[in-house]
Design a protein around this ligand. Structure first.
Ligand code: IPM
Ligand code: MN
Length: 346
């Protein structure tokens, strides 16, 4: 009998609250034994001990089948400390080179867009955001800080190896979908070095996927299309920073970040993948029991799909879709939403 070893990092703010609902739904959907280990990481630990991600904890995390993460970040910690030393360190150390962010407008969900007009055939695309390179590597520095001649650089690192593995993964995902369309989002008219590397990579890898149609959009134009014609996208592949920015917009047009799920995936399975809602720790509503756990619940569906449990993943997505279709105007608590979705699974 299989057992999954799941590491749980509730983290900061609303993280632990939404993760609890994700686990509730996981229990409801599967009979597989899930051995959970909770890891206390985030702002509280940093204040108490100065630690962000101790090496010993990182090594323990490596021994798990997957990681479920709530949210990291708190205004009481200087900006960048937890982000770089905890969240990004996990993504880099565990080689999460695919940051998978689906954007789907579920029926009954309200979008700030006039969907009938701008997306009559619906919105359903997925962003394959490269997860280990770009301007996120910390490659850069500052000189003459605090002087009128201060200089700062943040170098975007792009390797053929890194772009190619992201692009190949994105082509495979596009090939498995109905529309089989891959859009590269970049800015090759200005970022000529990296832009051409990405373009050539798409062209060359594309030869292996003749049934996938490829397309290119500059990132600035992509933000226009996300607001005026989001239905045009099927699979988007893009670098780490562009992917960060456009997935917030993608979330906004598909019902808000309360619904946006993500997977930090290591497709080679040399380390566990990590699943987390796209939203942050929302300290303003933490502890009130009012955060929407749907994004965390959909992240559990991505986790199950990664573990090969496509049917269970689909059942969660269907339960969420049914719940969203019936969501009325009456606000529900975090646990009420979790209960409602879990009750559709038994
Ligand atoms: C996200 C977040 C992170 C990112 C931050 C918190 C480091 O915005 O997951 O999208 O930029 O990747
Ligand atoms: Mn972000």
């Amino acid at each position: 009998e299989t057992t999954w070893n799941l590491a749980v990092i509730g983290g900061d703010g609303i993280g632990p609250e939404v993760v609890a609902e994700g686990l509730k739904v996981l229990d409801a959907v599967t009979d597989t034994k899930v051995e959970r280990t909770e890891y206390d990481l985030g702002a509280k630990r940093w204040h108490a001990t100065g630690e962000t991600l101790p090496d010993g904890v990182l090594e323990e995390l490596r021994g798990h089948d997957a990681i479920l993460l709530g949210a990291i970040g708190d205004p009481s910690v200087p900006s960048g400390v937890l982000e770089r030393n905890l969240l990004l360190r996990l993504r880099f150390e565990l080689d999460h080179y695919i940051n998978l962010r689906p954007a789907k407008l579920f029926p009954g969900t309200s979008s700030p867009l006039d969907v009938e007009k701008v997306a009559p055939n619906g919105i359903d695309f997925v962003v394959v955001r490269e997860g280990t390179e770009g301007p996120y590597t910390g490659n850069g520095g500052a000189l003459r800080v605090g002087t009128p001649h201060e200089l700062a650089t943040e170098v975007s690192v792009n390797t053929r190896f890194g772009a190619e593995r992201a692009v190949r993964d994105a082509f495979a995902r596009a090939q498995a979908r109905d529309r089989k369309k891959l859009t590269l989002v970049h800015k090759h008219n200005v970022l000529t070095h990296a832009g051409h590397l990405w373009r050539r990579t798409v062209e060359e890898v594309g030869a292996e996927f003749p049934d996938v149609q490829t397309d290119y959009t500059h990132v600035d134009a992509a933000t226009i299309y996300l607001a005026t014609d989001p239905g045009r996208f099927d699979v988007i592949v893009t670098d780490n920073l562009f992917g960060d920015i456009i997935t917030d917009l993608a979330a906004a047009v598909t019902g808000g970040i309360g619904l946006a799920a993500s997977g930090n995936i290591n497709p080679d399975r040399t380390a566990p993948s990590m699943f987390e809602p796209v939203h942050g720790s929302a300290p303003d509503i933490a502890g009130k029991g009012i955060a929407d756990p749907t994004a965390a619940i959909l992240s559990v569906a991505l986790l199950l799909a990664h573990l090969g449990q496509d049917a269970a993943a689909k059942r969660i997505e269907d339960a969420v879709a049914a719940d969203l279709a019936e969501r009325g105007a009456t606000p529900r608590s975090t646990s009420e939403v979790g209960d409602a979705i879990a009750s559709r699974l038994v």
